[in-house]
Design a protein around this ligand. Structure first.
Ligand SMILES: [Zn+2]
Length: 216
């Protein structure tokens, strides 16, 4: 599958450096599992980082250090991306399986708002909240704003946010101050992985009251 919404450079570099909290890593890894283009970018970032570190160690810096580094990068980056995803049974991307198992249809959902459902996914990091959201076909999630970062990866169906459509495997990065009301595509329910690092700001006062219960 070819994705149209990808991981930003900053996130990808941090992911490759191993400096992301578990929740963010899980979202990036879930996107990478279905996105060959980002897997190739990730390998390139690692190669460039390694080559630059090597160059820093060349003391004193030779005149040809930069061209030597670039040459090294050429040899380090494979031209054809290696296949990374291992074909296995089930409809859950491999990085998520240790958390929720292999089958999206076997999960125990809990209500969240009038139509949406959710499942909280515990992780070892205290920085992020990780959940699956399930939105019926054509339905919106409650309108809300963000105080921090939100990463959303579509696992089933389509997520529509404003005039952008996110397909299975696509990732959406939502930043501080974003106010939106994504909705599921008309033809199929939408299930997505959503990772946040700060409570959402719901417009609906009833939902605001229920936030501690919903842990969102
Ligand atoms: Zn991508």
């Amino acid at each position: 599958m070819t994705q149209s919404h990808h991981v930003s450079e900053e996130l990808l570099m941090s992911y490759e450096a191993g400096s992301l909290a578990e929740g963010w890593s899980l979202a990036v890894a879930t996107h990478l599992a279905s996105c060959q283009a980002c897997r190739a970018r990730a390998r390139q970032a690692t190669a460039v980082g390694g080559a630059l570190l090597d160059a820093i160690e060349m003391v004193p810096m030779r005149d040809d250090a930069l061209s030597a580094t670039l040459e090294r990068i050429e040899t380090l980056v494979p031209e054809t991306p290696r296949p990374l995803s291992i074909p296995v049974m089930g409809n859950v991307p491999p990085p998520l399986r240790p958390y929720i198992g292999p089958d999206l249809d076997a999960l125990a959902w809990r209500r969240m708002g009038p139509k949406a459902q959710q499942i909280l996914i515990p992780t070892g990091d205290s920085e992020t909240s990780v959940r699956l959201l399930r939105i019926p076909a054509g339905a919106p999630v409650p309108e809300h704003g963000h105080r921090g970062l939100e990463l959303t990866v579509v696992l089933r169906g389509m997520l529509i946010d404003g005039d952008e459509c996110f397909d299975v495997g696509d990732i959406e990065e939502g930043y501080d101050g974003l106010e939106h009301q994504p909705r599921a595509g008309e033809h199929e329910e939408c299930i997505c992985l959503a990772v946040t690092d700060a409570p959402l700001r719901f417009k609906n006062p009833l939902l605001r009251l229920m936030q501690p219960l919903l842990k969102i």
